[in-house]
Design a protein around this ligand. Structure first.
Ligand SMILES: [Fe+2]
Length: 478
């Protein structure tokens, strides 16, 4: 049902109080500053746009139907378009005017008989991958949807030339900008659980696959490209699958935190996708990695946002209700792995500050980097009640944190780094901000090395675009 906003809700919840409204291609008004001359291309962002249908709320933030925002920058100005991904599940539920499918955090109405062996809805709501001829709307439980780069019209499921309909193509692919290779994974559930690895061409065709069997059914959201290696940290969360298959529980409800299992680390060779090492670490949980590389001593260096347990899932569930009560503090860590001894040789907390969505410039994925861009909580924020409310840059060499003060009651999306055309190491950070002071959303562009200054440009959006998950930048024209 619609949220009753009269009873002590925080500002961020108004962004989710009604389903997000699509808008057609629109010229975006400049609210302040100017569009930088070198900024030419398109920002794409994906996230749950609809958290309710016909008086029923979803069970978890991850259940919302994917809605994609595209903002295109040209010499004559900026345009925006915002569209729901027309998934099969979205269309069926739109026609029925009720939720029909079970999902990550909810079972369908009607109990056992309406849920038993019913497929989970592919919400296509987590991220996007921009390919030369299409945009993929990504979701970690299945194949992506093919979306038009310019109009965001949905063209249907995309199997990347060779995947089967039961395979998944997860929401955190890694692109090597030098070689054009795209790496990704998907977890398959059957008589045994397998981690499927993919190496794809720059055009989005799967060229090579491998798979390894996993112990139980873990939750794997992201992985790392580190030099010659693909690295997975498998957290000690396991899905007790029987109640899910019986339709009695959602996946989220069936997940159990089992810290005694520790974190299992799998390391693969990126060239042949062979498993080269399997080792163990202490128990922690992570959604996202910043990046990874191999240093001069041959150590694999990985940065991530690390949680001490799985309470983050409860917090994200509560976001869908418009009111949270669970504090879940993820902080920035660095892990060093010695492949010769197959051991973690160092685990260091870099920053004792609640944060999420760490990113690096796309040309540095898999390579050494100096600056991590991320979303963060302003000092003094009550993490149990609030959403991320600032963006920042963490300098790995100096340890300095530069924060963009967005203003009160303003909530950013994950910052996206866009390089200048003639110097990849200089660029801009783009974020989409929900401003509750006027109940509207805008695009803000910052110089990446001057976050403490005013944004160089602010652009108004025609309707509220709620805080979303992930996005990307595609340079040039369509
Ligand atoms: Fe993610």
């Amino acid at each position: 049902m619609a949220l009753d906003m009269t009873s002590n809700y925080k500002s961020w919840s108004k962004a989710f109080s009604q389903p997000a409204q699509e808008f057609a291609l629109t010229n975006l008004p400049i609210l302040s500053g100017n569009i930088p001359v070198g900024l030419r291309g398109t920002l794409y962002r994906n996230g749950p746009g609809r958290l309710q249908r016909n008086q029923q709320r979803v069970g978890h933030w991850f259940d919302g139907d994917g809605a994609i925002l595209a903002v295109n920058f040209t010499a004559t100005g900026a345009t925006g378009v915002y569209r729901y991904v027309q998934t099969q599940g979205y269309q069926e539920e739109e026609a029925a005017n009720t939720f029909v499918f079970p999902n990550y955090g909810m079972t369908a109405r009607g109990g056992f008989w309406n849920n038993w062996l019913k497929p989970v809805k592919n919400a296509a709501n987590t991220s996007v991958l921009a390919l030369p001829d299409r945009l993929l709307a990504l979701w970690e439980g299945g194949l992506p949807y093919n979306v038009d780069l310019q109009t965001l019209a949905t063209r249907g499921i995309d199997n990347l030339a060779s995947l089967s309909k039961n395979q998944a193509f997860s929401a955190h692919p890694k692109v090597d900008r030098q070689t054009g290779e795209i790496f990704n994974f998907g977890v398959s559930v059957g008589s045994k659980t397998t981690l499927n690895l993919y190496s794809c061409s720059a055009e989005g065709k799967v060229k090579q696959q491998n798979c390894v069997e996993l112990k139980g059914l873990p939750l794997i959201h992201d992985f790392v490209l580190a030099g010659e290696y693909l690295v997975f940290f498998i957290p000690p969360v396991r899905v007790k699958i029987l109640p899910v298959l019986l339709g009695l529980k959602s996946f989220s409800e069936a997940m159990v935190w089992q810290p005694k299992l520790g974190t299992e680390i799998l390391i693969f060779d990126r060239h042949n996708l062979d498993l080269v090492a399997r080792l163990e670490g202490e128990a922690w949980y992570q959604w996202h990695f910043t990046n990874g590389f191999v240093d001069d001593n041959g150590l694999i260096i990985i940065e991530l946002v690390r949680y001490s347990d799985f309470q983050t899932n409860q917090y994200l569930k509560e976001v869908a209700t418009g009111k949270t009560n669970t504090a879940a503090k993820g902080t920035l860590w660095e892990i060093k792995i010695d492949l010769k001894t197959k051991q973690i040789v160092a685990s260091t907390q870099l920053l004792d500050r609640g944060c999420e969505f760490p990113v690096v410039p796309q040309h540095l994925v898999g390579k050494s980097w100096d600056k991590t861009y991320l979303s963060i909580y302003q000092e003094g924020t009550d993490l149990s009640q609030e959403l991320l409310n600032a963006i920042a840059c963490y300098d790995r060499k100096t340890g300095r944190l530069s924060i963009a003060d967005l203003g009160t009651n303003c909530y950013p999306s994950e910052p996206i780094y866009v390089p200048q055309p003639d110097n990849l190491n200089q660029g801009w950070l783009i974020t989409v901000v929900y401003d509750d002071n006027d109940h509207r959303s805008e695009v803000r562009i910052y110089e990446s090395d001057r976050l403490e200054s005013e944004p160089v440009c602010r652009l108004g959006l025609p309707s509220v675009v709620p805080p979303s998950f992930h996005g990307t930048w595609k340079s040039g024209t369509f």
